[in-house]
Design a protein around this ligand. Structure first.
Ligand SMILES: [Zn+2]
Length: 308
């Protein structure tokens, strides 16, 4: 490895991308849990009856024998702690609602963990505004004015089950490019310069660059500038919508070998009618990069490839 290359790699070793994965989805809670959550907005706790057992939150089926619930009951908004733990996000406890048979996990609010013990009496804390989620039950806090009562018949105006609940799972993460991708993306961002790396043994140029050749497993050594022009090896027309797409389907995706390289790069082919893509964006078609106005230091800096 040359000194110049070593220095370049050292410079790039801290190159990271801060990004986020968002996964919006809908949850179908089922009848019993759907009623339980809907009833939180009425500030009532609903359980289900399974022979001589009461489950809170209400469940459609017993976890013991798989038998369906025989009905719903209203239970008191008070219970006892049966176990608890503290985390960076706060204190969580198993709460056994009075008259129920199994505890469930929820947040403890307004009670210091050192004042908690197995058996501590707690009371529901309702959210200020109902959102149609489990968090309408904000947590459990110090026992207050609410009286306990034995499970009783569900109210006549029992809410209909929520059919679907919207959720969005969001994951923030930092991706460390490492020295090879870091060098490529840094060049792309600052100079619109595409660089591959040459295998020390078979002399193939690999793009994206990497430490080892994927054919002969020899270390790569020499950086090579390549033109953002190449040839389509394979293409596909994307018709299905999914989260994170930059273009609205249908659009063309292709495996492109840039001139002078030996590996395929996957990118979009823009400005081609999907109806004509089978012939125009077929293997052998020549394409060139169209650079984006944005400089992100990723392959998204190439907006798409266009036919030439
Ligand atoms: Zn090789």
């Amino acid at each position: 490895m040359s000194t110049a290359l070593t220095n370049e790699l050292d410079d790039m070793s801290a190159h990271t991308l801060a990004s986020q994965i968002k996964m919006p989805y809908t949850l179908t809670p089922g009848q019993a849990t759907g009623i339980f959550i809907a009833e939180l907005a009425q500030r009532r706790l609903i359980g289900s009856r399974h022979k001589d057992r009461i489950l809170v939150p209400a469940q459609d089926f017993s976890g013991i024998d798989g038998e369906p619930a025989s009905g719903f009951v209203e239970v008191a908004p008070v219970g006892s702690v049966t176990a608890f733990t503290t985390t960076a996000q706060g204190t969580f406890a198993h709460i056994l609602i009075d008259g129920s048979s199994t505890p469930f996990v929820h947040r403890i609010i307004g009670i210091d963990a050192k004042d908690l013990s197995v058996g501590t009496r707690v009371e529901v804390i309702w959210a200020n505004e109902a959102s149609g989620t489990m968090m309408d039950l904000a947590g459990f806090g110090p026992i207050g004015a609410s009286a306990t009562f034995a499970p009783r018949e569900a109210p006549a105006d029992l809410s209909a089950a929520l059919e679907q609940i919207d959720y969005s799972l969001t994951l923030d993460y930092q991706h460390a490019y490492g020295p090879y991708y870091g060098t490529l993306f840094d060049g792309v961002k600052s100079d619109r310069r595409v660089r591959g790396i040459k295998c020390s043994k078979c002399r193939r140029v690999l793009l994206p660059p990497r430490a080892l050749c994927d054919v002969c497993f020899a270390p790569t050594a020499e950086w090579v500038d390549v033109a953002a022009v190449g040839t389509i090896q394979a293409s596909s027309i994307v018709h299905i919508e999914f989260v994170g797409q930059r273009l609205k389907p249908p659009y063309v995706y292709a495996e492109i070998v840039l001139d002078g390289t030996s590996t395929r790069l996957i990118h979009m082919v823009g400005h081609v009618d999907p109806e004509e893509a089978k012939t125009l964006a077929a293997p052998g078609a020549r394409v060139q990069a169209v650079w984006s106005d944005r400089r992100t230091g990723s392959l998204a800096d190439i907006e798409y490839f266009e036919l030439i």
